[in-house]
Design a protein around this ligand. Structure first.
Ligand code: PLP
Length: 268
């Protein structure tokens, strides 16, 4: 045993048998970034690298029991949510978070996959807006998700303002879906744009980039980084996982969350 315990990050999300997205993807990113992942399954999906075949939500009581088992056993340094699947599960997660208001919450507000498949049995906008987003230290929507969550806003800046008005401390809007030559991600806090991050656009279609990014942000916050630095490091890490991505099946490219393997020094 070593004296050092990595910070624990608790993730709520769906399973993905390809490990391209969902809680296994989260666990890979978190472990690569020096955290211990604790994974609560909210839904089981059947999918390949081309699309979702079907999914079923996990029973609400079982989701609560999974989360409480971890939270009552380990100090949790950050909580990240991904696929939640049903309004009842969003409500259940919020009820757990009521008991842990100090743990930073990172929300990936995913409701539809990048391939356009539904990841929820009905729209979750309203429950996310009322129950989850007000608790967020950081929310990481792409531009499409930002517009869905802030329907009254006419620009992305206005979307960010609306999400901050709901109570999110930091809003990181990822710009991959914008038709710009380079990809620009924007970070907002205190009702203003505080930073933007520009990356070369990569050529492929990726599966699980949003999970990777939100988990990497959670890892940074769990290590005690300021949110701006956590986002900057997470975006750089995620870009490298995509650049090193590989295509194990017939569909999308999967980010290589372990692209740094072999670079660590072995002190055994
Ligand atoms: N499947 C699960 C279980 C997920 O959590 C997600 C995203 O969060 C996806 C699929 C979709 O991933 P992507 O949009 O990157 O293909």
């Amino acid at each position: 045993m070593t004296a050092h315990t990595p910070p624990v990050v608790l993730v709520f999300g769906g399973t993905d048998p390809t490990s391209g997205a969902g809680i296994v993807a989260d666990a890979l990113a978190l472990a690569a970034l020096g955290c211990h992942p604790a994974t609560v399954a909210t839904a089981v999906t059947a999918q390949d690298t081309a699309g979702i075949k079907q999914f079923a939500a996990v029973d609400t009581e079982l989701v609560i029991a999974q989360a409480r088992a971890v939270l009552e056993d380990m100090p949790v340094a950050a909580i990240k949510t991904g696929m939640l699947g049903t309004p009842a599960l969003v409500t259940a997660v919020a009820s757990i978070l009521d008991d842990y208001p100090v743990i930073p919450l990172i929300i990936d507000p995913v409701q539809v996959s990048g391939r356009g498949d539904a990841l929820a049995d009905e729209p979750l906008d309203e429950v996310l807006r009322t129950l989850l987003l007000p608790r967020a230290r950081l929310v990481t929507p792409n531009t499409l998700e930002a517009r869905v969550l802030a329907p009254g806003a006419d620009t992305l800046d206005a979307c960010a303002q609306e999400l901050m008005t709901l109570g999110c401390d930091y809003v990181l809007i990822t710009g991959t879906h914008d038709p710009t030559p380079r990809v620009v991600h924007r970070l907002y806090s205190n009702h203003r744009l505080i930073d933007s991050f520009t990356f070369d656009r990569l050529p492929a279609n990726y599966h699980g980039s949003g999970c990777t990014l939100a988990s990497a942000c959670a890892a940074g916050l769990a290590h005690g980084l300021e949110p701006v630095n956590a986002c900057a490091q997470a975006l750089t890490y995620t870009w490298h996982t995509l650049k090193h991505g590989y295509r194990p099946g017939m569909g999308q490219v999967i980010p290589d969350r372990l692209y740094r393997r072999g670079q660590e020094t072995d002190d055994a």
